[in-house]
Design a protein around this ligand. Structure first.
Ligand code: ATP
Ligand code: ZN
Length: 284
C-alpha cells in the first residue's frame, strides 16, 4: 500500500484528482470533512492536506509521496525528491515593486524590506545575488503590503499579473517558475517504490497523450509523400488503401498546436476528410 498526500481543497486539488482518475485510480472524492480515502482498484490511500503540510508529511513518512507546487517544495526544504513534473498549476514567484518606484537592476533592492510568504526561496535568491534586503514574512495578502506601508516591495506568486496591476505593483524579477510536481520520500521500501513506479508509468502515459491527437485523412496516392512529410508521427504514419482506386487513408499522431499550423498545408497537398481524435493514453 502506498500513501499519497494531495491538497484538500485549492488550486491543485481538482487537477490532481482528475489526473489520478485518468490513471484509472478510483477513490471516493474527499468531501470537506474527509481526511483520507482508499482507492478501490489500486493499493493506494489518499491523504487530504493543506499544501503547506505535504512536504513535511512525506519527509516524515506519514505519506510516501505527495502532489504539491514546486514553490512549496522549494520553500519547505525537506529531504524529498521530485519524481515527476506534472505540467499544471503553473505560476512564477516574482519580486514586484510599486509602479512609482525607480527600478533598474537588482541592486535597487538593497536596503529595502520585502514582504513574502516564501522567506526561504527569497533568502537564497538574495544571498546568491549578494543583495542585502530585509525579508518581512507574512502569511497572506502579500500584495497589499507596500500599499499599507508594511514593506517596500513584495515577493509572491504571479500567474497572470492582474493582481499586481490592481495593487499598483510592477513585476521586476522572476525568481523561480513553478508547476505541480510529485515528491517522494528518500527511503521508500521496495514494495512502495514498485507501487510508485506503477503510478508514475500511468501518469507518464497520460502526460504523453497530453495535447496530442490522432489524425486520419484521405489523400490521392501521388500526394502521400508530401502529406507524410507534413506529419511527424510516432515512428511513421500508417497508410491503408481506400476502396476507391488511387486513394489511401493516412493515420498519424500530431500535437494539437502543430495541427492548426499544418491544416492549410495538408489541405493544399490534397488531404480530404480530415478527422482529429483525442488520445487518452500513450505508451512509447
Ligand atoms: P492551502 O489551503 O492548501 O494551504 P493555498 O491557499 O496555500 O492552499 P492555493 O492558492 O490553492 O494554495 O495554491 C496551491 C498551489 O497552486 C500554489 O502553491 C502554487 O503552486 C499554485 N498556484 C497558486 N496560485 C496560482 C495561480 N494563480 N495560478 C496557477 N497556479 C497557482
Ligand atoms: Zn497553502
Amino acid at each position: 500500500m502506498i500513501t499519497l498526500a494531495i491538497q484538500k481543497s485549492g488550486r491543485l486539488s481538482e487537477k490532481t484528482v482528475k489526473l489520478l482518475q485518468e490513471c484509472g485510480i478510483v477513490f471516493e472524492n474527499g468531501g470537506s470533512s474527509k481526511l483520507k480515502s482508499k482507492a478501490g482498484n489500486f493499493p493506494m490511500q489518499i491523504l487530504y492536506l493543506r499544501d503547506d503540510d505535504i512536504p513535511e508529511c512525506v519527509a516524515d513518512g506519514i505519506a510516501d509521496a505527495g502532489i504539491v507546487g514546486e514553490n512549496v517544495y522549494l520553500e519547505k526544504r525537506k529531504p524529498l525528491t521530485i519524481v515527476e513534473k506534472l505540467g499544471f498549476a503553473r505560476c512564477r514567484l516574482s519580486i514586484a515593486v510599486p509602479k512609482s518606484m525607480k527600478y533598474s537592476s537588482l541592486k535597487d533592492l538593497n536596503g529595502l524590506s520585502i514582504a513574502t510568504s516564501y522567506p526561504n526561496i527569497l533568502e537564497t535568491f538574495l544571498t546568491d545575488n549578494r543583495i542585502n534586503a530585509n525579508i518581512h514574512e507574512i502569511s497572506g495578502s502579500v500584495e497589499i503590503a507596500p500599499g499599507i506601508g508594511l514593506a517596500d516591495a513584495i515577493f509572491d506568486i504571479v500567474s497572470t499579473g492582474s493582481t499586481l496591476l490592481s495593487n499598483g505593483l510592477r513585476e521586476v524579477e522572476t525568481v523561480i517558475k513553478s508547476e505541480a510536481v510529485i515528491v517522494a520520500g528518500e527511503n521508500l521500501t521496495d514494495e512502495k517504490q514498485a507501487l510508485l513506479d506503477k503510478l508514475l508509468f500511468r501518469i507518464r502515459a497520460v502526460q504523453l497523450a497530453g495535447n496530442r491527437k490522432y489524425i486520419l485523412l484521405n489523400a490521392p496516392n501521388e500526394k502521400i509523400e508530401t502529406i507524410c512529410g507534413l506529419l511527424p508521427g510516432m515512428k511513421s504514419p500508417t497508410i491503408m488503401p481506400l476502396s476507391t482506386a488511387g486513394w489511401s487513408s493516412i493515420h498519424s499522431v500530431i500535437a494539437e498546436d502543430e495541427f492548426w499550423e499544418k491544416i492549410e498545408a495538408l489541405k493544399a497537398a490534397g488531404a480530404q476528410g480530415i478527422l482529429v481524435i483525442p488520445i487518452e493514453k500513450m505508451i512509447l
